[in-house]
Design a protein around this ligand. Structure first.
Ligand code: APR
Ligand code: ZN
Length: 256
């Protein structure tokens, strides 16, 4: 159902306002309005680079410098962008809703920069966190650009080579992280899916888990995603649509 009429948006807004437990799943599409390329869109990152060449443990073993150059380039793009009104609206929703969980597939850190905090689950890691390949120590490294001309980032504790703390293709998610996301999906009344193609598992299964647990599933996306779990598709860009769902009046001041 491609609904962008005021009526349906007002209905979703009322359900969001009334819900005591909300879970949100975001994908690259919520950051598209901040100017960060998605993965599978027309100008998507995977259109330009083959994932197998970059975002896999094998690629890192084969050519860690190339992988770090790609991530350094992505970090440079992200560092120059800002959270958009959709990220900010979700911070407001987190403040208002009694039980709120924001689950993101994004590693760009924009939700945290917008102010989303303790109720944020980063399923695929974070591009600003690095992890030692030897001792596993994690730390935050926000240098842009990285001094790759001086060699690969190395661990302050043991000297091991650092890697991005990001879940690569072929790697499993942290079971504790996925368990927390699943718990949020099974205990919410409303599950909001924003800007994801619904292709990559296990993140894509969360909407179905929520629906089967009784939640109403709403999707915000300019295109229909692959998710079979959606009750209501709001056709639109996140930066325009999400604030309309969280504020109590339409942007033109009309009430809902
Ligand atoms: N507002 C909302 N949605 C948008 C916007 C926008 N302005 N622009 C694009 N989209 C939608 C697209 O229609 C698409 O459905 O965002 C989605 C982006 O899909 P993908 O590029 O596949 O990104 P995502 O779903 O987050 O990918 C999931 O795949 O490569 C892995 O780890 C990576 O986390 C990523 C995962
Ligand atoms: Zn180490």
């Amino acid at each position: 159902m491609a609904e962008v009429g005021h009526l349906v948006v007002a209905d979703v807004r009322e359900r969001i306002a009334a819900a005591r437990a909300i879970a949100v799943l975001t994908g690259a599409g919520i950051s598209a309005d901040s100017g960060i390329p998605t993965f599978r869109g027309a100008d998507g990152l995977w259109r330009t680079y083959r994932a197998e060449e970059l975002a896999t443990p094998q690629a890192f073993t084969r050519n860690p410098r190339l992988v770090w150059q790609w991530y350094d380039w992505r970090r440079g793009i992200i560092a120059s962008k800002q959270p958009n009104p959709a990220h900010v609206a979700l911070v407001e929703l987190e403040r208002r809703c009694a039980h709120f969980t924001l689950i993101t597939q994004n590693v760009d850190g924009l939700h945290a920069r917008a102010g989303s905090s303790s109720h944020l689950i980063e399923l695929h890691g974070n591009i600003w966190t690095v992890r030692c390949t030897d001792c596993g120590t994690r730390s935050v490294d926000q240098r842009v650009p990285l001094p790759l001309d001086r060699g690969l980032p190395s661990c302050g504790r043991c000297g091991g080579v650092l890697r991005p703390h990001i879940v690569w293709f072929g790697e499993s998610l942290d079971p504790a992280v996925m368990a927390a996301a699943t718990a949020a999906a099974t205990s919410c009344e409303l599950f909001l899916v924003i800007g994801t193609s619904g292709i990559v598992q296990p993140a894509a299964s969360l909407a179905l888990i929520a629906r089967e647990a009784g939640a109403w599933v709403v999707e915000v996306n300019p295109e229909r995603s692959a998710s079979p779990a959606v009750h209501c598709w709001l056709e639109g860009r996140a930066a325009q649509m999400v604030p309309r769902l969280v504020t109590v009046t339409e942007p033109d001041g009309s009430s809902c």
